[in-house]
Design a binder for this molecule. Sequence first.
Ligand code: XUL
Ligand code: CO
Length: 433
Amino acid sequence: MTDFFKGIPQIKYEGPQTENDFAFRHYDAEEVVMGKKMKDHLRFAAAYWHSFAWSGGDPFGGQTFERPWFGDTMEAAKLKADAAFEMFQILDVPYYCFHDADVRPEGADFAENTRNLEEIVDYFAEKQAATGVKLLWGTANLFSHRRFMSGAATNPDPEVFAFSAATIKTCIDATMKLGGENYVLWGGREGYETLLNTDLGRERKQAGRMLQMVVDYKHKMGFKGAILIEPKPQEPMKHQYDYDVATVYGFLKEFGLEGEVQMNIEQGHAILAGHSFEHELAMARELGIFGSIDMNRNDYQSGWDTDQFPNNVPEMALAYYEVLRAGGFITGGTNFDAKLRRQSLDAEDLILAHVGGMDACAAGLKAAAAMLEDGKLEAARDDRYAGWETAEGKGLMASDLDEIASKVLNNNINPAPRSGRQERLENLVNRYL
Ligand code: XUL
Ligand code: CO
């Protein structure tokens, strides 16, 4: 037991009318929505890196947070784990996610990194057994250490490729040992700063080969979870190879990995790519590669990946609408890849950030479920495409240009434009919020 969260109560559902800051207004874990408990729809996870490893720095200033577990020793890593599992329990989040570098002290070399990771994984296994908290996904941090400054899989130095491959192996092993339900790859430095020094073709092939090795290892080890790629268009590199869902799909096809790898889609990354979150979710669904989500929000003025906690219910509603249309999560979940603002120093800030985020997601989910169950939005969509369900519409797809040209001429086809009814549909959506 640490005393970091001393005085903070267990967070419970009290309903929208409560005046208690330390309570859920919308997230009632046991409430059934569309035939499933809310906790099973949302499958919340807390992110170790933002909540327990980040020290509050920004490009203009260093650490603002003072945490008793800061320090690069095994003792500190265990204290950090104690506090982390206390937070998971206060919030009753069923899952957590971590990178190797968030949870273990940095070693002098690969062997020491591995020993440190194994020691902390054993500690996590005990904590999971004692609390019932589970691992949604594990991943390797192949972007913070200076050895990765020019990439991990895409590095010009084959020794860095080797170090990265070996590290991924240890992180898949750790994920499996902890019963993790997914393994995530975010290509933090897999991109480039300038074409003047970059062999783009070679780097993409290296990334493809690494991913094939990951998939092969998954099968060799009998890992039942999903391998997930998390697309992001820029930051840290000026050009990232995993730009967005559609780009990653092309990459998977090129390397014969479609059907093997799914997407972990992050709200803020979608915005950086010039998309909406719901666009990326819908695209993944249509391509059959929807897996999991990283939930957060960006600051729309700064245009940067600010990783704030989500608080915009209308945005959440449209996102969960697409999640529900995709059939919901199977191995995936809602991971809060979100961090406090650097002035939010207190333990209670960490708790209240999650409470607000969980409530916004729950309110969004309920609105999304109501929209779907009501069916008005889908009926309007069906109506818009109804022509394609007629014999003539279906026939077009099997025709050629000659046949179609004769048909247009003979039947004097002269289409009249129809309203897209956007405002009417926007008004409809607002009725559920
Ligand atoms: C970075 C980011 C990562 C991944 C995991 O923007 O989202 O935290 O989620 O490496
Ligand atoms: Co993320």
